[in-house]
Design a protein around this ligand. Structure first.
Ligand SMILES: [Fe+2]
Length: 317
């Protein structure tokens, strides 16, 4: 379990000009790649389950573990955020990666894409009101390129219509900007999500890509990626100089978060594409993001400090 602080100067309000609705967790989509979430911390901390790379329709998706984690999220009052590759969906007619042993029996039919999407809507219905947003991964965009169909949008539109939920559809990358209030004070922080790119690397596990992203992204309190089916929680720290009651240096923390997968490709290590290329077993699950904040003195200034706790949410095989 890892706890840490990111430092903000206390501010009276966000720059958006949107009034903060007290006593509410409220999320709305501002445009294609920005989601604005208002959180009031007067009544406690704000817990999220961050997951990615579910590959829900793949026979190797550990739906038993996924179900357990989603039910735990509901029990804990957590919100669920999903960062790409919700679907695997590689068995279409024009997909050269298609393989019959990768097809679940319930997805066999002339309307393959419809069957996958409709089954996902039914399966996720009990969790629909707990999901804040879902964004694209390379598996969804690949299907769009090959087949001219947006399966993720069909899923989101379908489950929202069925359940009355308001799941937002993100981009391949984007931002979730939080306006937060507590005890009459307000501040803000930013989560940058990006599904991911490239391979993870057997030793570095994708941490180099986070370092690259940190050179391109500014002002992200959390930088979240998936895609390479690894799990890590690291901190990138940069210094900055502040005028205030005294000139002083602050250490600004950006959390580098990588969520793994729910697809177990290794199984018993005996055979398959994953084994022949020398790929290792992967951890199954996601990461809990437990958000809180507090006020401290820094350099003579009254400063709002984030108090984040990240912890693995994993199922063991
Ligand atoms: Fe991916």
């Amino acid at each position: 379990m890892i706890a840490g602080n990111t430092y903000w100067q206390n501010e009276s309000h966000s720059t958006t000009g949107i009034n903060i609705d007290k006593h509410a967790f409220n999320t709305m989509k501002v445009n294609t790649n920005i989601i604005h979430t208002k959180v009031n911390f007067d009544h406690g901390r704000y817990l999220s389950l961050l997951i990615s790379d579910i590959h829900f329709d793949n026979p190797k998706c550990r739906r038993d573990i996924l179900k357990n984690h989603l039910e735990t999220a509901v029990e804990r009052g957590a919100k669920i955020r999903i960062n790409g590759d919700f679907f695997c969906i590689m068995q279409g007619k024009y997909d050269k990666r298609a393989s019959k042993d990768q097809l679940r029996p319930e997805h066999v039919g002339p309307n393959y894409f419809d069957l996958v999407v409709d089954e996902a809507i039914e399966w996720f219905t009990p969790f629909a009101h707990h999901i804040e947003w879902i964004s694209y991964g390379n598996h969804e965009t690949s299907v769009m390129k090959r087949n001219e169909i947006d399966v993720l949008k069909r899923f989101v539109d379908g489950i929202n219509a069925k359940t009355g939920s308001s799941i937002k559809l993100g981009g391949y990358g984007g931002w979730e900007c939080f306006s937060v209030t507590k005890g009459g004070h307000s501040s803000k922080f930013n989560l940058k999500y990006m599904h991911g790119f490239g391979g993870g690397g057997p030793v570095t596990k994708g941490t180099i890509q986070h370092s690259r992203m940190q050179t391109m992204v500014n002002n992200a309190d959390v930088l979240w990626m998936g895609h390479v089916h690894e799990l890590y929680i690291m901190a990138s720290v940069k210094e900055s100089a502040h005028f205030g009651k005294s000139l002083h240096i602050r250490h600004n923390v950006s959390w580098d978060i990588r969520t793994p997968t729910y697809k177990d490709e290794f199984i018993d290590g005996s055979h398959g594409w994953h084994i022949e290329r020398g790929a290792p077993p992967k951890i199954i699950g996601g990461i809990w993001m437990d958000m809180g904040w507090k006020r401290i003195q820094r350099g003579g200034d009254d400063v709002v400090v984030s108090d984040f706790v990240f912890s693995p949410c994993v199922g063991y095989i």
